[in-house]
Design a protein around this ligand. Structure first.
Ligand code: C2E
Ligand code: CA
Ligand code: CA
Length: 762
């Protein structure tokens, strides 16, 4: 009694559930589930039919509903098989096989219903079990056709599930395992039902459970473990450190990065103090979400620089608004920030000395002026006089070492408010308060620095130029230029290395620029002229003259060579001027030659710089050829300084010019750093000695002796001597007594215009 009603009760529950799930799965958007849907529908009918047969008290009713039960069972099992292939992603059943299966099921169903009339499948007989009346089937041989079909389909489904289960990751056991177990259980119980003669078929209940299990696993299944596993993979592969804190403030998870960064142990994730601190000491539950930047050191005492962290704090709240826990996502920005800092450092500092570079120095100075418009400043620039030689002679490494030493010296002597940097090459600049600027301090620096290359026996000259910043609106580069202008005034002058800029310096600089930029036009406009200074014998008769350049300005004023020659030599433009002068001399010689006056010569000056810019041999031979004059008429004056600059090469040039017929003269002999020995190596025709250097000596007698010796030596070497600067009768007599025969000087004539010379001496 109890057995039947409990069974029916359970069955009813399952029927209702199955029917409900059948409807629900029908509503599901997952079209793949329609087989589960049909299966649930068929199962509902099968279960219902089974309920009827269990309750039935009439044999005919039992015949009908057993037929319904077996037929719908076939349908349900068929769709279960198809569901299993779909659910496990197994290869689809071949359409032909499917068709055969469908035909067999239809035949089986027809046979089940035919059995109502012709009892060849099973017969129904009355049984008394536990005092209750049941109508139960007794199976005849043809019924095994039905058993074969359904067993085949169930075993195929079991096989599909087993294969899938063993090929799947552990987390999927939950998905396939329960269904497999239930199907096996159902089959086993079904066999028991047959063998033990139970009143009701308990396997039907398991069958219902299988179907419900399918509903759960296929329709509402959400593999939390998979999601969890995916999250863990994601968290451990994250570029950020991640820590999770539960509602009781325990750190329950930290990925590898977080463990390293925060020093958490794997087994014991006690880092909550730290995380607490980041929450401002409050409990996580009370801390709203935040993003914050912190500088963090794992070991407060360590010397390491702190790491720069960006922390994202988020609370996890469930659907009811209750606090579940919180996450700390920690991004380590240290490398990025270091890169930015390095980039900034590189952009603002000189890589060699570590001082500020020009751009940054400029910006800092400008800011300083803006901040303190009423303070007085001095812009001090340093320049190494012979730095090029340091690089050439000892290599760039030594050069770098020198620059570094200067950088260090500047840093050592700087006051905190000074701004200093390396502007380029060997140029340094310091902006300092005016009351701090003391020349003596720089003298000390210069003294110290000049000894940097003591080991190499090379004295350095450090030039210091200062500009008192009277106008803060001019660009910083102009201030530095002014300091350098001051340096230019002392460069090359013995004993002077420090200079302060004045307006005069600027005026002379402007004049300089005027000269350089005006030269081309001057040549073009005929402003460049030659004056001739006669070279005479004792009687004052002249057969030649020195051409001396004059710049006759448009306004009629005359500019003398000492005003523009040094400037042009400095800038390299001298070659242009000299070529013009030589050409003018040739024009005169040609004119004289054409007039039948052919025993006059003109001597011209060659600047030391000309050797760099002009192929002198080619130029002079070309020139005399062009004007058709004999080479010996154009005498060439070279200073001994020019010769000494590159002795071997100059000797070559001089001898080739001599071979071409030019008369070569050494100008200003004795004033440069030549030695008398030089005369033995060099073959020239004339020595020009300037009387001026006679008077310079304190010891008149001694220098007269030297002069006499030089004249004697020249004569022995078969050279002519011309004395320059003969101003008085005494000069003349003295030089005559020494054996000189050609004189040039104010005593006879100043440099005069060409036509005057022609008038006086021809
Ligand atoms: P320098 O070649 O030694 O020329 C002689 C200079 O001495 C001339 O000065 C001349 O006027 C001056 N002088 C002549 N006699 C006397 C005298 O009795 N007493 C004194 N105190 N001075 C005398 P200038 O014309 O002013 O030329 C100066 C220097 O300019 C020349 O010295 C020469 O080095 C250079 N120079 C002149 N013309 C040219 C040129 O065309 N090219 C180059 N490269 N340099 C030139
Ligand atoms: Ca000369
Ligand atoms: Ca001279």
């Amino acid at each position: 009694m109890l057995d039947r009603y409990i069974f029916i009760l359970l069955l009813t529950v399952f029927i209702v559930l199955t029917a409900v799930f059948c409807v629900k799965s029908g509503q599901s958007k997952n079209h793949k589930l329609w087989r589960a849907h049909v299966m649930l529908g068929a199962t509902s009918v099968a279960l219902l039919a089974n309920a009827v047969v269990v309750m039935s008290q009439f044999p005919t009713l039992s015949y009908v509903f057993y037929a319904v039960y077996y037929a719908t069972f076939d349908v349900a099992v068929f769709f279960f098989l198809r569901f299993c292939t779909e659910f496990t992603g197994t290869r689809k059943i071949h359409p032909t096989r499917l068709l055969v299966l469908k035909i067999l099921i239809i035949i089986d169903s027809i046979l089940c219903f035919a059995n109502i009339f012709v009892h060849f499948y099973f017969t129904i007989s009355q049984h008394f079990i536990n005092g209750e009346n049941y109508y139960k089937p007794t199976f005849l041989a043809p019924y095994y056709f039905h058993v074969a079909i359904s067993t085949f389909m169930i075993l195929s489904s079991v096989a599909i599930l087993i294969i899938k289960l063993f090929n799947s990751a552990h987390i999927y056991w939950d998905k396939y395992g329960p269904i497999l177990i239930l199907v096996i259980l159902m089959t086993a119980l079904n066999m028991c039902h047959g063998s033990f003669g139970w009143a009701t078929d308990k396997s039907v209940l398991i069958y219902a459970l299988v179907v419900l299990g399918i509903y759960r696993n296929a329709i509402i299944y959400s593999p939390d473990e998979l999601v969890h596993s995916a999250m863990m993979t994601f968290a451990s592969g994250l570029n950020d450190a991640l820590a999770v804190v539960d509602c009781d403030e325990n750190c329950i998870y930290a990925n590898e990065l977080a463990r390293t960064l925060l020093g958490l142990q794997k087994g014991d994730l006690d880092g909550t103090d730290l995380l607490h601190n980041w929450c401002g000491g409050k409990k996580c539950i009370d801390t709203p979400d935040f993003v914050k930047y912190v500088d963090f050191k794992l070991d407060e005492k360590s010397e390491d620089k702190p790491r720069h962290l960006k922390i994202y704090y988020r609370r996890m709240i469930d659907t009811h608004g209750r606090f579940e826990g919180s996450t700390f996502q920690i991004r380590d920005l240290t490398d990025e920030i270091n890169h930015i800092e390095q980039d900034k450092y590189r952009a603002t500092h000189d890589s060699l000395t570590g001082l500020y570079n020009r751009d940054w120095f400029t910006i800092l100075c400008e800011n300083e002026f803006k901040k303190n418009p009423y303070n007085d400043y001095v812009m001090v620039c340093l320049d190494i006089g012979n730095f090029k030689f340091v690089n050439d002679l000892f290599g760039p490494q030594v050069g770098d070492q020198v620059l570094n030493s200067i950088g260090e010296e500047i840093v050592k002597r700087a006051y905190p408010e000074d701004i200093y940097g390396r502007m380029e090459n060997d140029h340094f600049a310091i902006l300092m308060h005016r009351d701090r600027f003391e020349i003596s301090q720089f003298e000390e620096t210069e003294e110290k620095m000049s000894g940097v290359l003591e080991d190499l026996n090379f004295p350095l000259t450090i030039y210091v130029g200062a500009y008192h910043v009277t106008d803060k609106t001019i660009p910083i580069s102009v201030m530095c230029d002014r300091a350098h202008m001051a340096i230019d005034t002392v460069k090359g002058k013995a004993g002077k290395t420090i200079a302060v800029y004045t307006e005069d310096i600027r005026a002379s600089r402007l004049k300089r620029q005027d000269i350089i930029s005006g030269l081309d036009a001057a040549i073009e406009n005929g402003e460049i002229k030659i004056y001739l200074q006669a070279q005479t014998d004792y009687e004052g008769k002249s057969h030649g003259a020195e051409a001396l350049v004059r710049w006759g300005r448009e306004d009629g004023s005359m500019v003398y060579p000492n005003e523009f020659i040094p400037v042009l030599e400095d800038s390299g433009a001298i070659a242009k001027l000299d070529m013009r002068v030589w050409e003018l001399a040739c024009i005169e010689l040609k004119k004289w030659q054409d007039a039948g006056i052919d025993d006059y010569y003109i001597s011209v000056n060659i600047s030391p710089k000309d050797f760099y810019y002009i192929d002198l041999y080619k130029h002079f031979t070309g020139l005399v050829k062009k004007y058709g004059i004999p080479a010996k008429k154009l005498r060439l004056e070279i200073t001994e300084t020019a010769i000494m600059m590159n002795l071997n090469r100059q000797l070559e040039v001089i001898s080739s010019l001599r071979n071409a017929g030019f008369i070569m003269e050494i100008d200003d002999f004795g004033s440069g750093y030549s030695s008398l020995n030089m005369l033995k190596d060099i073959r020239v025709d004339v020595l020009k000695i300037d009387m001026a250097f006679l008077g310079k000596s304190d010891d008149d007698i001694r220098s007269r002796d030297i002069l006499e010796y030089i004249v004697g030596l020249a004569r022995t070497l078969d050279m002519d001597v011309i004395v320059e600067g003969v101003e008085t009768k005494e000069h003349l007599e003295m030089m005559k007594s020494m054996g000189c025969e050609t004189y040039q000087g104010y005593y006879f004539s100043k440099p005069i215009p060409v036509d005057m010379y022609e008038e006086q001496y021809m």
